[in-house]
Structures are given as C-alpha cells and as structure tokens.
Design a protein around this ligand. Structure first.
Ligand SMILES: Cc1cc2nc3c(=O)[nH]c(=O)nc-3n(C[C@H](O)[C@H](O)[C@H](O)COP(=O)(O)O)c2cc1C
Length: 324
C-alpha cells in the first residue's frame, strides 16, 4: 500500500531500519533492489558532519537509486543539529532527515547526551526537532526507543508531532531493556492512537507474517525491519509481496544466497579500504549462510579465512554439499 511522509511518496509499507556499520550505500542498493519503500542510512554524528573528514563525507554519499531515502543523524546539541542538517540537506539532498533518539550505546551516543539519552529530556527533544525543522525544507522524522528506563513513548511522540516531525518510528524497548526482552508492540499502538503523523513500527520482524501482524495489531502506517535483513535481503520483497498481493514466500536456495553474498562482497571490495574489507566480508558471509545445514561449523571456518579467494572457495565447496 502506498503512503506518504509529507510530500514524499512511498510505494509500500516496508522500511529499512538504520543500522550503523551495515546500512552503507552498497547494502542499501541491495535492499532497494528488493523494492524497499523507504531506506534509512546508518546514523552519522552531527559533530562529525561539522568537522567533515573524508570518512564522514563518504558515509553521507547516496545514489538516486536509493530514493526515497532518509539520512539519520545523531547528536546532543541544537547548534550541531542545525549545522549538520542544513549541510546535509543542501549538499547530499536526501528526501528526509531522521533524528536518532534511540541509540543505547554509551560510548557512541549516550555519554554525550545523544541517542536514547535525549528521551530523558522532553524539552531538549522539542528544541532539537524544532531546530532541524527550521534548518531544512525537507520532512524531518524521529526514531525513538520507548524511553530511557521507563516508557514515555507517547509523551515524546506528542512532543515530536507538536515540534514539527512528519513521522515517528518506534522501537518499543527502553534503553535499559537493550535487546533483552521481546519488543512490546502495544507501545506502538499507544503511540499510533495518540498522534496523527505516520507511525512506523519496529522490533522483531523476522518474516512477512510478523510484518502483517504488526500492522494489524498496532494500526501503524508502515513497518521497519532491522536485524531481519542481515544476510536476508529477500525478506523485504517477501513482506511487500505478502502485504500487497497475499503472495507467500518461497525458500531461498543456498546457491542464491551465495550469489547474493558475492554481489554484496564485490560492492564492499569497491567501497572500503583493504584493512576493513576482510572483516566485513567474513561478517556478511556468516549472515548469508546462517540457518543453512551445518552453518555453525562453516561459520568457524569463515572467520579463519584471510583472503577473499579463500573465503569464496570455502563457501563454494560448502554450498555444493547442500541439497537445497
Ligand atoms: C548493528 C545494529 C546497528 C544499529 N544502528 C542503528 C542506528 O544507526 N540508528 C538507529 O536508529 N538504530 C540503530 N539500530 C537499531 C535498529 O534500527 C532497530 O531499531 C532495532 O534493531 C530493532 O529492530 P529489529 O528487531 O528489526 O532489529 C541498530 C541495530 C543494530 C542491530
């Protein structure tokens, strides 16, 4: 089903979650090739955008193929949000700016008062959203956890709406809960019942059946998938096919998984310096092979490989032993 965030038209209700270290342009293009309605980038620090070194500039790069795309930023002070959001809107031209109010990681965000730490200060939430809204002419969205150590998602969502956010994504776990318990979808419903901007539900979608259940249970406007896409970009198309046409998913053959990994690997090799390439290749290889017969044993061997050729040979020989 088509929907909109302000004037941004979105073809279906499937959204790629922002994931640091994962949702780079290469992976986003793979996800887009599955038809994903809205793509989010990995988060980029507002301070890093202000200082703009080569790495940050590369992280901000996006291609037209990925549109509509939301660039996510994180930070703690409105001044840096102002500078970063206007720089990004003018120079990178994303369709949406998304503000991170969910990152639980102390070292990365929380220590400096960013990410989920913002949920402790509703006044700061208001100030930051208003600042970004005033700095750009494209829609501004917010992604939240359900709170810091207690659920205040509805309060924050109402503030976000009042401050000018055009949509809100809800990952219904508090910062304190990290990933320790299942996400509580009733919080997404509470938010949906209390705001009139689009609500994007997030948390524990692992299949097209979960996607449909979340839409039905919460009434949310779209669903956002994070960990479920790791090594499994097909989940995006499966969700679209099931939600829009009632088509049930077919199993993905191991050969197809290996071919997709190789395509992904070539993009990684083209995009990164040698010293990070092997790490990314091994991690992704393990994701793509996950759940195949004997993959636990193969995973150990994947992490012992030191060259692309060695890794590809290992996987080719492994896939030949599989029936499907
Ligand atoms: C490796 C990893 C990196 C993440 N990075 C971000 C990020 O940059 N910004 C953000 O808002 N959330 C980030 N998240 C949280 C996800 O977007 C999502 O909210 C969370 O994983 C729950 O959804 P899921 O159950 O579909 O994975 C990250 C999650 C993972 C696993």
């Amino acid at each position: 089903m088509k929907w909109k965030i302000d004037n941004v038209k979105i073809d279906n209700q499937v959204v790629l979650a922002p994931m640091a270290g994962i949702c780079d342009s290469a992976y986003r293009r793979i996800i887009k090739s599955m038809g994903c309605g809205l793509i989010e980038t990995e988060m980029v620090s507002t301070r890093a955008v202000m200082h703009l070194n080569r790495k940050t500039r590369e992280m901000l790069e996006m291609t037209d193929f990925e549109r509509p795309i939301a660039q996510q930023i994180f930070g703690s002070d409105s001044e840096s949000f102002k500078t970063a959001s206007s720089y990004i809107a003018e120079n990178m031209n994303p369709d949406i700016i998304d503000i991170n109010m969910g990152c639980p990681v102390t070292k990365v965000a929380v220590k400096s008062g960013a990410g989920s730490a913002l949920l402790k200060s509703p006044e700061k939430v208001e100030e930051i959203i208003q600042t970004v809204k005033d700095s750009v002419s494209i829609p501004v969205t917010v992604k939240i956890r359900s709170g810091w150590n207690k659920n205040n998602a509805v309060e924050i969502a109402k503030i976000a709406e009042k401050s000018g956010a055009s949509a809100i994504a809800v990952h219904p776990r508090t910062r304190q809960q990290r990933y320790d318990i299942p996400s509580d979808w009733s919080i997404i419903k509470d938010v949906k019942d209390n705001v009139s901007i689009p609500v994007i539900g997030n948390g524990d979608i692992r299949s097209c059946y979960d996607a449909k259940a979340m839409l039905e249970i919460t009434g949310c406007d779209a669903i956002m998938i994070g960990r479920g896409v790791l090594g499994n970009p097909w989940i995006i198309k499966q969700c679209i096919d099931y939600l829009d046409y009632g088509i049930k998913p077919e199993r993905i053959a191991s050969r197809e998984k290996l071919d997709m990994f190789k395509r992904h690997a070539d993009m990684i090799i083209g995009n990164y310096e040698d010293k990070v390439v092997m790490h990314k290749l091994r991690t992704n290889a393990a994701y793509y092979m996950k759940n195949l017969h004997g993959s636990q044993e193969i995973k150990k061997r994947i992490f012992q490989t030191t060259t692309k050729e060695e890794l590809f040979d290992l996987l080719e020989n492994y896939v030949k032993t599989l029936k499907y």
